[in-house]
Design a protein around this ligand. Structure first.
Ligand SMILES: Cc1ncc(C[n+]2csc(CCOP(=O)(O)OP(=O)(O)O)c2C)c(N)n1
Ligand SMILES: [Mg+2]
Length: 620
C-alpha cells in the first residue's frame, strides 16, 4: 500500500503567503482586511502572519472604512528609517488594505484619492477573478484594471498564479516596484498604489481542509471538451429572430437568472421545459418551476438526462447551476438581448442568440408542438420539485421553528419564508446579497400556489455587493410608493451595517415607508457554506481564524444604532411575531431585527441538501 500523497498547497495560497511575508519584510506593520471569498488566500496568509505576531491585522466589514483606516494608520505611524547605503533616509510607512473583487474595490476610491492628494503610501491589494472569468458574467467580476485612474502612483494587474517556476519571484518583483512607488523611493512622491491580484480556485490552504470535496466556484467548472467556438447570432434585421436551438429540445431546462423577465417562464411553460428561476429573475413560480433546484441538480439520475439548457438573464446564485452550464454533454443556448457581454461564466455556450421568436413562448406555435415530445422528462422534474418543496416546507414550518428563531435549525430560511409568505403581487421585496437572496431562492413560492401571486423581487446582482443595500431599498421604496406599492427589504446584518448610513435622512427630505428585515446572525454566514466553512469546524484554532477573517462577528446593537438615526426598531424572536410585524402598516423606515444562529449553518445546509436529494430519489 502506498501512503497517501499530502495535498499540495494551491498556487493562490503560496503566492498570497509570499506577498504577506514580503510586505512585512518591507516594513508594513499594519494591514486592513475586509472579508470576502476571492481574497481568501490573502486572508489566510494574513491570519497566519497576525497569529505569529509578524503583522497587526485589522478586519473591517466596510471597505470604505477599511481604506480610511489604512490611511490613518499610515499617517499616524510617522516615517520609517531606510538604510540605503549611507545615512538613514526617512520614508513614509506604507499600510496595506486588502479587499475582495467587485464593488468592494470601488469602495476604496475615496481613501485612495485622499492618499493621492495627501501623498500617503497606501497599498491596495485587490483580489480579482482570473482572466478567463473576466467579462463572462461571472459573479462579483468587473473591470478592476485601472479602476483608480490617475489617482494611483502605480497600478498593476497580476495574473492568477498557476504554479509556474519563478512566478513568486516575479510577483515579488512587481510588489517591490509597487511599494517603492507607494513610498516615493525614486521620485519623492509617495501615494497610493493598486496591485490587482487574480486568484484561481482553490483559494484555501489544503489543511485542515483536505477532507473537503473540491467544488468549483461559480463559473469555474472547467469544460474539458467544450462545444468548440460559441456561435454568436446577430439580431435579425426584421422583427424577432427565430434561431434554431441546438440540443434535444425535449430534454431542455430553462435557467432564468437575474433580470430574465417573464419570458423565461412563458418559454418553459409553452415548451414543457422545467424552469430553474432565481428570485430576481422576474419569472419565478408556475407549474414548471423546480423548487430547491440547486439541491435537486445534485441528483445525478435526474440531472444526467439534461441535454440542452436555455439561459435567460444572468445566473450567479448557485454553483450547481454553473456546473450544469459547464457540462460538456449539455448544449447551452444563451439568450442575451441588447448589447454588452453575454453571460457565459462556464465558457461553454454553444450559441448566443439575441432573442427567442414569439413562437417559442406560444403553446400553439410549431416549436410548441415539438415540445410535448418527452412529457416524461418534465414530469420527472415536477415530481422532484414537489418532493424538494415538501422537504424545505417541513424544515421551515411553524412547527419546526416553534421554539423560536434564535434556536431553531434553518432559522434564516424560516425568516425568508415568513417574509415571502406575507407578500403579494403588488409588493416589492428588495433582497440583500449573501444568504438572504439564496434563502429566498429556496423558499419563494412555497406559500404561493399561483405564480401570479408572487411579489416582485429586486436584488443588486450586477456585482452582488453587500454595499448600498439600505439605500437601494430606500430608493426603490420611493419609486414603488408612487405606484401605490409597499416595499420591504430582507438583508443580512453585515449588509445592513455596511450601509447603516443609508438610514440617515434630513428633516426636510422626502420620507418613505420601508420595512427592513435584518437577519442578524452576528456575521457573514455565507462563508460557512463555502469551502472556508470546513475551517470553522476543523479545530479550535481553525474556528478562531474563520471567525476573525470570514465570520467577522461585530456584536453591534442594532436597536441603539437605529435609535441614533431616529429609525423605528423592533426585535422579534419567533416567526409568528415576524409575520405579525410584517402585516402591520409601515410608517417611515422601520427595522425588524430577527436574531438567528450562525454556528450550524454548514451542517444545516448540507443536511437539507441531502434530505432534498434523498426525497427526490424516492420519487424518481
Ligand atoms: C462590497 C462587498 N464587500 C464584500 C463582499 C463579500 N461578501 C459577500 S457575502 C458577505 C457577508 C455578508 O454577511 P451578511 O450580510 O450578514 O449575510 P449572511 O452571509 O450572514 O447571510 C461578504 C462580506 C461583497 N459581496 N460586497
Ligand atoms: Mg449575517
Amino acid at each position: 500500500m502506498t501512503s497517501p500523497v499530502p495535498p499540495s498547497v494551491p498556487p493562490s495560497v503560496t503566492a498570497a503567503r509570499a506577498v504577506v511575508a514580503d510586505l512585512v519584510r518591507q516594513g508594513v506593520r499594519d494591514v486592513v482586511l475586509a472579508p470576502g471569498s476571492r481574497s481568501a488566500p490573502l486572508a489566510y496568509a494574513l491570519a497566519e502572519a497576525a497569529d505569529a505576531g509578524r503583522v497587526t491585522l485589522h478586519v473591517r466589514v466596510d471597505e470604505r472604512t477599511a481604506g480610511f483606516l489604512a490611511l490613518g494608520l499610515s499617517r499616524g505611524a510617522g516615517p520609517d528609517l531606510v538604510h540605503a547605503g549611507g545615512e538613514p533616509v526617512e520614508v513614509p510607512r506604507p499600510v496595506a488594505v486588502v479587499t475582495t473583487s467587485g464593488t468592494a474595490v470601488a469602495n476604496l476610491h475615496p481613501a485612495v484619492l485622499e492618499a493621492h492628494h495627501a501623498r500617503v503610501p497606501l497599498v491596495v491589494l485587490a483580489a480579482d477573478r482570473p482572466h478567463e472569468l473576466r467579462g463572462t458574467g461571472a459573479s462579483q467580476t468587473t473591470d478592476q484594471v485601472g479602476i483608480f485612474g490617475t489617482g494611483v502612483r502605480y497600478a498593476v494587474d497580476v495574473p492568477a498564479p498557476d504554479g509556474r517556476d519563478g512566478e513568486v519571484r516575479d510577483l515579488l518583483g512587481t510588489l517591490g516596484r509597487a511599494l517603492a512607488a507607494a513610498q516615493g523611493l525614486r521620485d519623492g512622491y509617495p501615494g497610493p498604489v493598486h496591485v490587482n491580484l487574480g486568484f484561481r480556485d482553490p483559494l484555501h490552504p489544503p489543511a485542515p481542509l483536505a477532507g473537503l470535496a473540491e467544488s468549483p466556484a461559480p463559473g469555474e467548472a472547467a469544460p474539458t471538451g467544450g462545444p468548440g467556438r460559441t456561435i454568436v447570432v446577430p439580431p435579425a434585421p426584421g422583427p424577432g429572430s427565430d434561431p434554431a436551438l441546438p440540443g434535444d429540445p425535449a430534454r431542455t431546462l430553462v435557467v432564468a437568472g437575474d433580470g430574465a423577465g417573464p419570458v423565461a417562464r412563458a418559454v418553459a411553460e409553452a415548451q414543457g421545459w422545467p424552469l430553474l428561476a432565481e428570485p430576481s429573475s422576474g419569472s419565478c413560480g408556475g407549474p414548471n418551476a423546480v423548487a430547491a433546484y440547486r439541491s435537486v441538480l445534485g441528483v445525478d439520475e435526474l440531472a444526467r438526462d439534461v441535454e440542452h439548457v436555455v439561459v435567460l438573464g444572468r445566473p450567479t446564485l448557485s454553483r450547481p447551476v454553473q456546473r450544469l452550464l459547464g457540462r460538456t454533454d449539455v448544449a447551452v443556448t444563451v439568450v442575451a438581448p441588447g448589447g454588452g457581454p453575454w453571460p457565459d461564466a462556464a465558457r461553454n455556450a454553444a450559441a448566443v442568440v439575441p432573442a427567442l421568436a414569439d413562437r417559442w413562448s406560444s403553446p400553439t406555435g410549431s416549436a410548441g408542438a415539438r415540445a410535448g415530445a418527452d412529457g416524461d422528462f418534465l414530469a420527472r422534474w415536477q415530481a422532484a420539485s414537489r418532493a424538494a418543496a415538501g422537504v424545505v416546507a417541513a424544515a421551515t414550518s411553524d412547527e419546526a421553528v416553534a421554539a423560536g428563531l434564535l434556536t431553531a435549525p434553518h432559522a434564516a430560511l424560516a425568516v425568508a419564508r415568513a417574509v415571502a409568505s406575507v407578500l403579494g403581487p403588488d409588493d416589492l421585496l428588495v433582497v440583500g446579497s449573501s444568504n438572504p437572496v439564496r434563502d429566498l431562492d429556496l423558499v419563494l413560492g412555497l406559500d404561493h400556489p399561483q405564480a401570479g401571486d408572487l411579489p416582485d423581487v429586486l436584488a443588486n446582482r450586477g456585482l452582488a455587493g453587500i454595499d448600498g443595500t439600505v439605500s437601494t431599498a430606500t430608493g426603490a421604496a420611493h419609486a414603488a410608493a408612487r405606484q401605490g406599492r409597499r416595499t420591504r427589504a430582507l438583508v443580512g446584518d453585515l449588509t445592513f451595517l455596511h450601509d447603516a448610513g443609508g438610514l440617515l435622512r434630513g428633516p426636510s427630505e422626502p420620507a418613505v415607508d420601508l420595512e427592513i428585515v435584518v437577519v442578524n446572525d452576528d456575521g457573514g454566514s455565507i462563508f460557512a457554506t463555502l469551502e472556508h466553512g470546513e475551517l470553522a469546524v476543523s479545530s479550535a484554532a481553525g474556528a478562531a481564524t474563520f471567525e476573525r477573517v470570514f465570520g467577522t462577528p461585530h456584536g453591534a446593537t442594532l436597536a441603539n444604532l437605529c435609535a441614533g438615526y431616529g429609525v423605528d426598531h423592533q426585535l422579534v424572536l419567533d416567526v409568528g411575531s415576524l409575520r405579525h410585524a410584517l402585516r402591520a402598516p409601515t410608517r417611515g423606515v422601520q427595522v425588524i431585527e430577527v436574531r438567528v444562529p450562525r454556528a450550524d449553518r454548514l451542517a444545516e445546509t448540507r443536511e437539507l441538501a441531502a434530505q432534498v436529494a434523498a426525497a427526490v430519489r424516492e420519487v424518481l
